[in-house]
Design a protein around this ligand. Structure first.
Ligand SMILES: Cc1ncc(COP(=O)(O)O)c(C=O)c1O
Length: 393
């Protein structure tokens, strides 16, 4: 498949870390000249934060994802903190421990208690049945996570939330461009589920803003509140402060970068789909290895491709594969590891989870994310495949 020649291809550029090093992720950046021309416009006008370019990006997102409100913020973490705060919650939030630490940080920064529930084997997203068992009168919200690009069980969570009158905030950090098929067969983008979905556009994401986050919601009142809350919580006329907000406004250069890269969303994802297919085909038949299962009614954004290496069955344990690839100058990531409830910061909260998390713990010790970025070449994939085969065959 041809890929946009306008994309910045660091494998051919002087900015590559070293000719033979393969990074685990690398932002695919587009349209440098056009982006710089817009930077200059913002610069010359002296309007460098949360201005017309931020709004232009938000409108592009609203149109593409078909969601009425998009609010750009400085990071997904800030977006999650604001979304939880805007809902005025007290008590416990149920979330997976198989996630990046920011999911739980946003909960604790709001004075809420994280309650970790287990994930589904296969998709590795939050298990709705485990969540149902963890609901108590203290439960304030449910926070499912898009895992590596695979959407969580939106329908089951909508039913559960409805039944228990609980808000749903989705951590969709890795899921910009992921889709689900509705019962009538049409496909919808992640973005319009629950009270809010929150995306990341850091350099490790499919669409990068250099740094950035994005909150989407179908609720006009919540959207207005979040717009105010990203700017300290000012009232609409800025004459007073209405909410406990953050300073999470967006530099225009981030919004400009985001909009140009976002315009290539479908290319970025189809390129990743092709690379993932190549990896999976080339790494077939290795004892004790498996992949995340993405159901046919879901489209992953393929932010990460994680191989699961079962210590009992595979030729080598996950950590040895990690070391071996490192010796071949190939960067990988033990992902998500450690699971959140086993991280020092959360261990000291005592036992912030109900029951045990066997699926989470098994996934966390087995997962190894392989290099994947949208402009990766097939030769580079084959170099990784060769190195994996060296140790796991
Ligand atoms: C699942 C998840 N949640 C939240 C975040 C935080 O995103 P940001 O770095 O934009 O704050 C990340 C970042 O990797 C993530 O993977």
């Amino acid at each position: 498949m041809e890929f946009s020649t306008k994309a910045h291809h660091p494998e051919k550029a002087r900015t590559a870390p070293s000719p033979s090093a393969i990074p685990i992720v690398h932002p695919t950046l587009h349209d440098f000249e056009e982006v710089v021309a817009e930077f200059r416009q913002a610069w010359d006008q002296g309007q460098v934060t949360t201005g017309v370019f931020t709004r232009r990006f938000e409108v592009a997102v609203e149109e593409k994802l078909q969601v009425p409100h998009a609010i750009m913020v400085q990071s997904c973490t800030a977006g999650l903190m604001l979304a939880l705060r805007a809902l005025d919650l007290t008590g416990e939030v149920i979330l997976p421990a198989f996630s990046w630490t920011a999911t739980a940080h946003a909960v604790v920064w709001n004075g809420l208690t994280p309650v970790f529930a287990d994930i589904l084997p296969g998709t590795l997203t939050l298990n709705p049945e485990a969540v149902a068992k963890a609901i108590t009168p203290q439960t304030a919200a449910i926070m499912p996570v898009n895992v590596f690009g695979c959407p969580p069980e939106y329908q089951a969570f909508a039913r559960l939330a409805n039944e228990h009158k609980l808000p749903l905030v989705y951590d969709t950090a890795q899921g910009l461009g992921s889709q689900v098929q509705t019962p009538d067969g049409s496909w919808v983008y992640a973005g319009g589920f629950g009270q809010a979905e929150v995306f990341s556009m850091s350099p490790t994401k499919v669409v990068s803003a250099m740094e950035g986050g994005l909150i989407t919601t179908t609720d006009a009142e919540l959207a207005q509140k979040l717009r105010q809350m990203r700017d300290y919580g000012k009232t609409a006329d800025a004459s007073d402060i209405a909410w406990l907000g953050l300073s999470a406004r967006v530099p225009e250069i981030n919004a400009i970068t985001a909009r140009h890269n976002f315009a290539h969303l479908e290319d970025l994802i189809s390129r990743r789909q092709a690379l993932v297919a190549l990896y999976q085909e080339s790494l077939q038949g290795l004892a004790g290895t498996s992949w995340q299962h993405v159901p046919t009614a879901y489209r992953s954004s393929w932010n990460y491709l994680t191989m699961f290496i079962d210590e009992q069955q595979a030729r080598a344990p996950r950590d040895a594969v990690y070391e071996h690839l490192q010796s071949r100058n190939i960067q990988t990531k033990k992902y998500f590891y450690p699971a959140l409830h086993l991280q020092k910061v959360y261990r000291q909260l005592g036992e912030p989870y109900r029951g045990t998390l066997p699926v989470t713990e098994a996934a966390a010790v087995a997962g190894l994310a392989l290099p994947l970025y949208s402009h990766m070449t097939e030769d580079t994939v084959q170099r990784v495949v060769h190195a994996v085969r060296e140790i796991l065959t």
